[in-house]
Design a protein around this ligand. Structure first.
Ligand code: HPA
Length: 280
């Protein structure tokens, strides 16, 4: 057995010592979006540090906890905080916990993040549903010997973001009167924000929003056959498009302002997504 697969197995075994829950939906909360946790009735809480081989988050606004619980009638597992490539971890480390959750039976992965708006139609505080992504600026999480137990060597990435989940998300946002753009996310390695020249280049590539996470996680999840949905909170105009220099505190402040709408949207998505998975 490959060493990485053994690590994943050990994470699953450790989680199983704390809970027998079998959530079908996992949610990853991005920068400043951790407040959604208040919606969750938590029955099992694990710090990333309690899990073997799982890197811990070093970024303010990223708590680094795995929470099992329910939102309404739906059992979910929530990653409050994530680790990033720019923290010095390999992509294999960055996606490790997501893979373990897939091995535990998660079928739908809802990835959220804060992102800079490249598309001129987007305003800070609005949301973007990911219809596609550009991950070419960061290494693939699938690099290395393929884990055949998880998926194929050369997985197809035509529909990374599940069409049906996108439709459900758009319908939910419409019902809730929440603006939800649909666009392409580009992941950079970070940690520096982009130069204005890079942003102009990414726009010509077709990117609508930019961030430092998500795309690699989506690739790892699709490799395993999980269905993926992605939501960005547009926390700022991308570099060169606004009058202010970019800062992490601006990102967090905008996320805070959008917290109530974000919570309403996520609540609806979790409930609507749960209707598409088989319950045991
Ligand atoms: N660039 C990259 N990552 C980000 C940004 C940005 O403008 N905003 C929030 N995360």
């Amino acid at each position: 057995m490959q060493q990485e697969y053994r690590r994943l197995t050990e994470i699953c075994q450790t989680i199983r010592q704390y809970t027998t829950a079998h959530p079908k939906i996992a949610v990853v909360l991005g920068s400043g979006l951790g407040g959604f946790v208040q919606q969750l009735r938590v029955h099992t809480e694990l710090a990333f540090a309690q899990l073997p081989h799982v890197p811990t988050s070093t970024v303010p606004g990223h708590a680094g906890r795995l929470l099992f619980g329910s939102v309404g009638d739906t059992e979910i597992v929530l990653m409050q905080g994530r680790t990033h490539y720019y923290e010095g971890y390999s992509m294999q480390q960055v996606v490790r916990l997501i893979r373990a959750l897939g091995m535990l039976g998660v079928e739908i992965l809802l990835l959220t993040n804060a992102a800079g708006g490249i598309n001129m139609q987007y305003h800070p505080g609005e949301f973007m549903l990911l219809s596609g992504q550009i991950a070419s600026l960061v290494p693939s999480p699938l690099r290395g010997v393929n884990m055949e137990e998880l998926g194929p060597r050369f997985p197809d990435m035509t529909n990374i973001y599940d069409d049906m989940l996108q439709k459900i998300a758009l319908d939910a946002a419409h019902r809730l009167h929440i603006t939800l753009h649909q666009g392409v996310y580009i992941q950079t390695a970070g940690p520096q924000y982009e130069s204005p020249q890079e942003i102009l280049m990414y726009r010509t590539w077709g990117a609508d929003a930019v961030g430092m996470s998500t795309a690699a996680e989506a690739i790892a999840a699709r490799h395993m056959g999980m269905r993926v949905c992605g939501i960005s909170c547009i926390s700022n105009l991308a570099a060169g498009l606004g009058s202010m220099p970019l800062s992490h505190s601006e990102v967090q402040q905008t996320a805070d302002r959008s917290a109530a709408d974000f919570a309403r949207l996520l609540d609806a998505l979790i409930s609507d997504f749960s209707k598409t998975v088989q319950t045991k």
